[in-house]
Design a protein around this ligand. Structure first.
Ligand code: SF4
Length: 223
């Protein structure tokens, strides 16, 4: 079976998934109740699939969709402040077609990159439970198998980093911003998550964030 076809089948499975009852109920409630600033919009309100280039060499692993970001727009890192940081840095490093990612119809596309997350349903307070992470890790595992050109994985935050280490049987690795692990198949780079909590407090500054993607690009350019 071809890569694209396998990915389509996986994505159909993901969008119908209700394995984590707490999250399935939460995203439906958020989609129904909305927030004032988006009260006129129809929310996606379902699990989110990954997004990007099926032949990508760069994989971005986030924590989870944001309740009023991806859970509203239907695409990872789209329509929220984290998405603004992601789109801009990808564009500056030639991994995206434009520097903004706001809605499904905005023409934003990825170049040699694919975005995914540790869990596909927005969790309350951005805190998935252990069993929810375990449930959803099967999808990340399948993506890693299908996207077989991936060489570099950038993990956004400790949860994404721990999920990847677990899947790849990497033991005892400690998360810190800028950490690099040379796995037999992938180079794994960790960064603080570009959440508002990190970017507005100065914990993650633009230059630190940008350096992560320059590094990823340098690794991919060294053939
Ligand atoms: S978080 Fe993942 S495993 Fe849980 S319901 Fe959503 S898609 Fe399914």
């Amino acid at each position: 079976m071809k890569r694209l076809q396998r990915l389509d089948e996986l994505n159909k499975k993901i969008t119908r998934c209700k394995k984590c009852q707490r999250l399935a109920a939460y995203i439906r409630t958020v989609a129904k109740e909305k927030v004032n600033r988006f009260s006129d919009q129809k929310y996606w309100g379902r699990p989110l699939t990954g997004f990007g280039d099926v032949t990508a060499e760069l994989l971005l692993v986030g924590l989870a969709p944001a309740a009023h970001g991806g859970n509203r727009t239907g695409r990872m890192f789209t329509g929220d402040s984290s998405g603004n940081w992601v789109a801009r840095v990808l564009y500056e490093n030639v991994f995206a077609t434009k520097p903004t990612s706001e809605s499904l119809a905005d023409g934003f596309g990825l170049i040699n990159a694919y975005m995914t997350a540790s869990v596909r349903c927005a969790p309350p307070q951005n805190k998935p439970l252990k069993e929810e992470l375990a449930n959803c890790s099967l999808y990340l595992k399948e993506e890693l198998f299908i996207l077989n050109s991936i060489r570099v994985i950038v993990c956004f935050g400790k949860i994404a980093f721990d999920s990847c280490c677990k899947l790849l049987h990497i033991k005892g690795a400690k998360f810190f911003h800028g950490k690099i692990i040379n796995h037999r198949k992938f180079v794994i780079i960790s960064t603080y998550h570009p959440s508002r909590q990190n970017t507005q407090t100065g914990r993650l500054r633009w230059q630190q964030w940008s350096d992560i993607f320059s590094k990823a690009k340098d690794i991919l350019d060294e053939k």
